[in-house]
Write a protein that binds this ligand. Structure first.
Ligand SMILES: Cc1cc2nc3c(=O)[nH]c(=O)nc-3n(C[C@H](O)[C@H](O)[C@H](O)COP(=O)(O)OP(=O)(O)OC[C@H]3O[C@@H](n4cnc5c(N)ncnc54)[C@H](O)[C@@H]3O)c2cc1C
Length: 508
């Protein structure tokens, strides 16, 4: 570094959960020489320790950091995930998979779902999932990574399901290996500059002071810096997303088959997850405390577990919503400190990852040189991500015919955000999906939930009728057969994981 080069920005991360260690690792790795990173965590306080299912974007993060996938999966007992199997959401007894992949392909600028709707009009359509490789592979419990060409084998992505209590420590080892300095202790005081109001140091219970230029609040639901110290207001979304508790309980696997997907089953007062890891099954009932008690939720999750319980159910409490600003003064909230939307679509780690990505893109050039426009842009992007996820989650509750409990009556009849009402209108009228280029959940995701939950449009693109019904039926049948053939050639999920483990052992 020459004398005129700016000093690295001193970044202090408060919190050593998934968000904290991901942030520390990301900043240290991707801003070498531009940032120095210290992290404070308190073992006495601990971490949330759930959050096992992810979205495909996490692969980009793991790759950018230069982490070997097989080693990472072994360390966190991870499995592959091709999507989420939603059961009983639209109607009890019905299910569909929201895949990390497409349904068929666009022809002549017309989305496949319009052709599918046209076929359905002629009574010739099979389930839309039959035309998705990710759905078909998930149903068959098979897995192999997508191909790199543009063939049918490339039409899906995948994510991981991992043990959240092992992911943090894995990232911690990685981050410390690239120079992140760790401090163990409880932050009791936050020092601020009287003139600017910026945070200047964190003081630990034993008197140690950790000074910094930029503070990343990863303190979880406590939100020590953003919420408690800077008093950034919380926008509460309970009226749209009434679930505010979870009863989590791991159990053994009941069968040898290992599902390459998460299962979300609607329940009378919420829904429950099943997340298969290599060594166990994660279970949890996400519920509304206004509709059932904690005891009832614990009893329900005990009763639903397919394998033998490995622990007593643990209650986690949360409030859905987000901070009005994720970046205020020189404090940036990442993870639960900045917001939480329930785990129905496994979006929380994704939201933390996106905040880290935006932080790196908008990182100040030098200590004390935060440009308010960068801060505003960060807040705009993070808000957009949260709003998009919020609308998509609400859709799962609202697009239902269920009237079997007070909970479902509430969510079915509630007024939804205008942004979602507009999207619904666009779909209902003509099967259209709102177009956007940033953020989460593109066409296939919306189509999966709309169709899967029985919400079909009044009309579809008239261009889909330009192909004669018989020709259309033959073409889609060819596609379905190709999907079936691809799946038949894939190894079982567990076999694939065993092969990867053996390869890793050979390489060691
Ligand atoms: C029921 C439930 C299910 C979930 N499922 C999923 C899922 O499937 N997929 C997904 O992506 N996400 C999921 N999440 C979210 C996921 O768990 C979190 O996004 C993730 O764990 C990140 O948490 P965090 O690091 O922000 O907070 P935490 O894990 O709470 O970490 C907070 C850190 O701050 C430290 N800390 C706090 N106060 C102090 C202090 N005063 N001094 C020093 N240190 C302090 C703590 O010690 C800890 O290290 C789920 C969450 C819940 C509640």
């Amino acid at each position: 570094m020459n004398d005129s080069a700016p000093k690295p920005v001193r970044v202090v991360v408060l919190g050593g959960g998934t968000a904290g260690w991901m942030t520390a690792a990301g900043v240290a790795k991707l801003l070498p020489g531009l940032a120095s990173v210290q992290l404070v965590e308190s073992e006495e306080i601990g971490i949330v320790g759930v959050g096992e299912a992810t979205l495909p974007h996490i692969r980009g993060f793991v790759e950018k950091l230069g982490i070997d996938e097989a080693a990472f999966m072994k360390a966190t007992h991870a499995t592959f995930k091709l999507g989420i199997d939603f059961r009983d959401f639209g109607r009890i007894g019905e299910s569909y998979i929201h895949p990390f992949g497409s349904f068929g392909e666009e022809v002549g600028g017309v989305g496949f779902h319009h052709y599918w709707l046209e076929l359905a009009r002629h009574g010739k359509a099979r389930e839309i999932g039959d035309y998705s490789l990710a759905v078909a592979a998930a149903k068959a419990n098979r897995f192999r990574p997508p191909s790199a060409d543009d063939s049918l084998g490339s039409t899906y992505g995948y994510a991981y399901q991992f043990d959240a209590t092992l992911f943090g420590p894995f990232m911690r080892e990685f981050a410390r290996g690239i120079g992140v300095e760790r401090h163990e202790g409880r932050v009791v005081t936050v020092e601020r500059d009287p003139a600017s109001g910026d945070v200047t140091a964190l003081v630990l219970a034993d008197g140690r002071r950790i000074e910094g230029d930029l503070f990343i609040d990863c303190s979880g639901f406590r939100s020590i810096l953003l919420g408690q110290e800077l008093e950034v207001p919380w926008e509460d979304w309970t009226h749209w997303l009434p679930c505010d508790r979870a009863a989590a309980m791991p159990c053994t696997h009941a069968t040898e088959d290992l599902r390459p997907y998460t299962t979300a089953t609607a329940m009378p007062a919420g829904w429950r997850w099943q997340i298969p890891l290599q060594h166990r099954m994660g279970n949890g009932y996400v519920f509304s405390s206004a509709h059932i008690s904690e005891e009832q939720a614990c009893d329900a999750i005990r009763a639903c577990a397919e394998g033998a319980p490995l622990a007593e159910p643990r209650i986690l409490k949360f409030r859905p919503g987000r901070r009005a600003r994720s970046w205020s003064h020189n404090v940036i909230g990442v993870g639960l400190a900045s917001g939480f939307l329930e785990p129905l679509e496994s979006t929380s780690i994704y939201l933390a990852q996106m905040a880290i990505t935006y932080l790196i893109e908008l990182f100040p050039a030098a200590a004390g040189a935060i440009d308010p426009r960068d801060r505003d842009e960060f807040n705009r992007l993070v808000d957009m991500e949260y709003d998009r996820v919020r609308d998509f989650l609400i859709l799962h509750y609202h697009a239902t015919t269920r009237d079997d409990s007070e909970f479902w009556n509430h969510v079915r009849t509630m007024r939804v955000p205008d942004s979602l009402a507009d999207k619904l209108e666009l779909w209902r009228r003509a099967g259209r999906i709102e177009k956007y280029s940033d953020g989460l959940f593109y066409d296939a995701s919306w189509i999966a939930v709309y169709v899967g939950q029985g919400l079909l449009p009044e009309v579809h693109d008239p261009r889909a009728a330009m192909i004669a019904p018989d020709a259309l039926a033959r073409a889609t049948e060819r596609l379905r057969m190709a999907v079936t053939g691809e799946v038949a050639a894939m190894p079982g999920h567990r076999d694939y994981l065993r092969g990867e483990a053996a390869r890793l052992a050979d390489a060691a």
